[in-house]
Structures are given as structure tokens and as C-alpha cells.
Design a binder for this molecule. Sequence first.
Ligand code: NOJ
Length: 539
Amino acid sequence: MSTHQHWWRNAVIYQIYPRSFADFSGDGYGDLPGIIERLPYLTQLGVDALWLSPFYLSPMADAGYDVADYTVVDPLFGKTADAHELIARAHDLQLKVIIDLVPNHTSDEHEWFKAAVAAGPGSSERDMYIFRDGKGENGELPPNNWSSVFGSSGWTRLKRPDGTPEQWYLHLFDVKQPDLNWNDERVRAAFDDVLRHWVDAGVDGFRVDVAHGLVKEPGLPDQKVMTELLGTNMGPMWDQDGVHEIYRRWHGVLEPYDGDRALVAEAWVPDLDRLALYVRPDEMQQAFNFDFLTAEWDAATYRAVIRESLAANEAVGAPTTWVLSNHDVMRHASRFGRLDTGDRNGAGPEDPQPDNELGLRRAKAGTLMMLALPGSAYVYQGEELGLPEHTTIPHEFRQDPVWERSGHERVGRDGCRIPMPWTADAPGLGFSPSGKTWLPQPESYRDLAVDQQVDVPGSTWSLYRDALALRKTRALGDGELSWLEGFGGNVVAFSNGDVTVLTNVSGDPVALPEGEILLASTPVDDELPTDATVWLRRN
Ligand code: NOJ
């Protein structure tokens, strides 16, 4: 079978964070009808698919990554029928739809967890989660030293209705996100059903949340290396070999269906070879390339990451993916404008502020480099507008559980989740008919609004549109990369098909080779200035 039949091998996939994309109802939170209304915007931009962060029933302790029912749409986002309509309308526009699957944990308000709490220690209901007696004389100490990725302990002790303490349960994230026990066959069977449910509803794939966390080392031994926020995850709860059995099973669940679906791993693992294991031929189809996302703005680093990514994926026959921003990291238009360009954590008003002008210049250069690479690429909503991170949100507005759980040490991820600016002169920048927005928008978003950029020559939006169009006509996603020499150490230089791609990463200007300039991240003549990318066809 020709690999070209698989849509996900070369697709550009646009991530929608539903609560911040477009609000139809007027409550200040984005919703599914808002997305449906804006679908033509995505086809105009030229993406192939969209990935929706969770829209399921949820108490929203972690913005919907705490799921109380995997098949019901939360009223905040609309009705369950809206999800079905969204899938159908997207398909009418030739857009594929990937949805988020959150299998590592449920909400503590999920029926399974409520039943487990009610049934008490030793019950079979408790086996669906990870309950343990505490250590110490009276069980007053947590079962081990594991911490929550969001800060503080990874264990919470339950209390009986009369207030007396009993067992502890594990939550690698918020206290309201108890970890499931994936050694329990009921958990496995239940997720087979969730997959089938949404495939029957027409989805084209699943982005698998915390794909590296489902299986824990037997005996739950103490952790020796501490976990960073969605960081270099090593330890007895991450990347255990047992996870692969689950993904082989899911591969088998999806295989009998007609058509072509993708499972996409969100796996923060120590290196690209470990990551490639998730995309072996009988497991998932894609894995996010976080080594690329977290790379510093440095030419040698990019060359190494690109080379290693392509090699690791080729070894297992999988496409390489590329991504620079998502809803968990500082937007790259700000990240590249601060001193430590590899630091993906959010920033607050008291922190050193990024140079957003420099950041955007580099972001456009980085994006043009990314979109010229063979494989599949992810674009996070708003990056096509060049949106910076909101780094001065007043603390009282913060919603990310990271802020509280870290004892106000880390501001968390709200700054990359600001409601989209659609119209410069409308209240709430056109995000909502009422003008309400669940997080405040910075003043700088006004000039960057969609209506200020669509089809405007020289805008960031137009650059993305042109890049996506050229990427398609020149088949760059299906292409092959050849490294080019002779441009100096600060230039990432490669060709893909008949396109030569040069990215000057913080170097002195370099002379451009002869050729037709197809696209450039900043105006160029006969030189490629610093922090700029050019695509050209050589004579
Ligand atoms: C990764 C998601 O992208 C993030 O937003 C979430 O907080 C954690 N997983 C926990 O589900």
C-alpha cells in the first residue's frame, strides 16, 4: 500500500483549544457552535485537519482534562449533538478531525471514581484506580514520594463521611484527576468502547493525553529523579514498557474500520528513540516531537534535532511530526524573545518580560523552517496571527491549577490560552457576542486580530497561508530532506524537493544563492538577514 494514502503522514493539523477559540453562546467561554461557525476560517488558512482539546463533561479542574464522561459534551461547550455536527461540517469542508482522549486519569466526579470511593478499601471498584494504604503508624504518610506534575504530593488521602482518614489515591496531576489502574481489564475494555464510540461518530483520530504515563512500575517504588512540569519525565511512573501493549490493543481496535485513522501520542520521554517506540507499525501513527518544540533558538541544536527525529522515525517507518506551540507551553512568539529560548514555562508580571518583536521575527523564521520539513506539522490556534504569550495576567484571573498547586511558584499555562482576537474594534475583540472573555486579553492582541490580517499582504496570517499553500503544491510534507553545506554554522540549510530552505538563526547576514524567492519570513533581497527564513527555487 502506498504510504501516500495515509492522510496523517503529511498533514498540517490545527489545534483548537475549544474554550478559547470562538464563543457562540455569549458566556465568555468558547464552544463547539463557535468552532462550527469558524470552520471556513481554517479552510481559508489551508490546514488539513483539526485537533480539538477536550470538550467532554467535566468539572473543569484542569480545563476539561478531568473527564467525568467520555461520550458527553460539557454544557459549557454545547450539546453532545454539536460534536456530531462539528465532525460532519468539518468533513464537508474536507477537514479531518482528531479528538483528545484522556486515558491516564478521570475526574474524581466520574461515576467509576465515585463508586470506588463509596465501595471502600479492598473492593473491586477501587481496583480501577490506584488506591493504597498510607505508610507510618496510622497510615498518615503517603504510600511513596511521587509528586504531582502540577506541584505538591501526587497522593491525596480520602476521608470517611465522619471525617476519619482512610486510603490514599494517586493523582499524577490535580487532586481532582485520579489515575486509572491500567492493569485492570475493565479499564482497558472501557477505553476500547470509548474509541469505538467516537470512531462510529466519524472522527479521524485521537490525540492521546499523557501516553507515557498509563502504566506504573510494579510495586510503585519511590521516585529518584524529580518530575518537571510536563518535562523530562523519567521515573517509575513514566514511559514504562507496559504502555506499548495498550497501544497495540488500540491499533487492533481501530484496524477493522474502513478508512484511515491516527493515534497521536503525547509522550514526554527522554529521547527520540524511546519516542519512536510509540509509533511502531502496530502501535500509534504519530507522536508529538517535543524535542523540536523545546529546542533552543540555535542552529546546531535544530540540525541535530531534525536529523535525529527523521532517523528515529524512519527506523520504524513513521512520519516525523513538528510542533512549536500548544496549550501547555509559552507561545513561541514570546519564547524565542526571551533570554532562555528553551524555557517553555509561562511568565507573570513579576518575571523578566520577553522581547515580543524579536520573538515574533524568530517565530516566523522558525515556523517557515518547520513547514518546509517532511512529515506532519501542528499549528496551535493563534500562532498564525503571531500572538504573543500574555505575560501580565493579573494573578486573580489565573485558572490553571498549576498556580495554586505550586504554591504560586509557577504561573502556569493561562498565558497561552487567551481567547482569540477576531475583530479589532469589537468588545472582547470579537471572541464572544457579549464581549465577555474567560481570561483577559492583552491590549497587543487588538492589532493582531483576524480581521486585521486575513489576506493582508505582509501579515503573519498571510505568511502562514502562503506557506501552507506552497507546502501542498510542492509536496513538501511527502518530500525528502537533503542537508546543504556552505552557508555557515548559524544557518540551517536543506533542500526538500526543488525548494531550498535557509534559516539564519541569530547569525550575521549571509549572501543568498541565486534563485527565485518563493517565500520569506521577512523582506529579503540578496542577503538573508539574521533570524529569517527563505524558501527559494535555485536556478
Ligand atoms: C497534558 C495536557 O496537554 C495538559 O493540558 C493536561 O493538564 C495534562 N496532560 C493532564 O491531563
